[in-house]
Design a protein around this ligand. Structure first.
Ligand code: NDP
Ligand code: 8X3
Length: 254
């Protein structure tokens, strides 16, 4: 559709699938992440496969100065951002509140909450001046229902839920749409990151049922971004069939 789409956390999982989905429909993509080697390789593959323009923006969303510098230094032709997908995020650890690692808590809050705020504030002037735009935030079922040992990850995603609602109110005057997407179990690198490379624990996360894929979520995100100008989807919760909410799974179901 020849729009400009900025995707944070596009080196893997849902963000990567979003880049492929939007590019396959002719949109030009700014891909972000910390792993430069992956971004460069992915840029080449998107350009070759879909014949769209792709710009690599390597930065850590936790670092306020890096975020604002990267957006300020976007070449002129990349500044008319139509869609921002605030996807970069992570869970670290699954521990009782009184035992969890404080550094894990800091990283989750700094990435999932502050990172989303920084990227949004850095990009918003490029939208408000055109009185147009769409911000799509990745929340989670973990922000809708709290679960045991979910503590700060759940809190960070509940914050994304609240931030999305307040953004929608405050940005209405600028004709900017805000959509929050809340997936349940999606098989990506998420569980490997959460369990710090423990492949057995990561595999257990998806055992006994068919999880969602990154592309399942990307298809839905693309749909929300392809509606007429007067239509705004506010909030979507998506789970695999075998998952009723953040807590209840039927694990013998494919
Ligand atoms: P992945 O681990 O596969 O991808 C996470 C992406 O975020 C990577 O591209 C990673 O890139 C990027 N990222 C992480 N930290 C930073 C940072 N500080 N700065 C820039 N980029 C960063 O996980 P998912 O695709 O599953 O997760 C995407 C989003 O979806 C997250 O917000 C997650 O909380 C949410 N979500 C995931 C669910 C799931 O079950 N998988 C369910 C519900 C929500 P790099 O390491 O290169 O920086
Ligand atoms: C990821 C889904 O259930 O692992 O946000 O928290 S869950």
């Amino acid at each position: 559709m020849n729009r400009t789409v900025f995707i944070s956390g596009a080196t893997s999982g849902i963000g990567k699938a979003c880049a492929e989905k939007f590019a396959s429909n002719g949109d030009n993509i700014i891909i972000n992440g910390r792993r430069k080697d992956r971004l460069s390789e992915f840029k080449d593959s998107l350009q070759n496969n879909f014949k769209v323009k792709v710009f690599e923006s390597v930065f850590d969303v936790q670092k306020k100065d890096e975020v604002f510098a990267a957006i300020k230094n976007l070449p002129e032709e990349w500044q008319a951002i139509d869609i921002l997908i605030n996807n970069a995020g992570l869970a670290l650890g699954r521990d009782y509140f009184d035992e969890a690692d404080l550094d894990d808590w800091d990283t989750m809050m700094q990435t999932n909450v502050n990172g989303l705020l920084y990227v949004s504030r850095a990009i918003l002037p490029l939208m408000t001046k055109r009185n147009s735009g769409h911000i799509i935030n990745l929340g989670s079922v973990a922000g809708k229902e709290m679960y045991e040992k979910g503590n700060v990850y759940c809190a960070s995603k509940a914050a994304v839920d609240a931030i999305s609602k307040t953004m929608r109110i405050d940005l209405l005057q600028h004709r900017i749409k805000v959509t929050a997407i809340h997936p349940g179990a999606v098989q990506t690198e998420f569980a490997m990151v959460r369990f710090k490379g423990d492949a057995n624990k990561a595999a257990d996360t998806y055992k006994g049922f068919k999880p969602l894929s990154g592309m399942d979520i990307a298809e839905i995100i693309y749909y929300t971004a392809s509606l007429p100008p007067h239509v705004c989807i506010n909030d979507i919760v998506i789970t695999p069939l075998a998952q009723a909410n953040a807590i209840y799974f039927k694990k013998d179901m494919q």
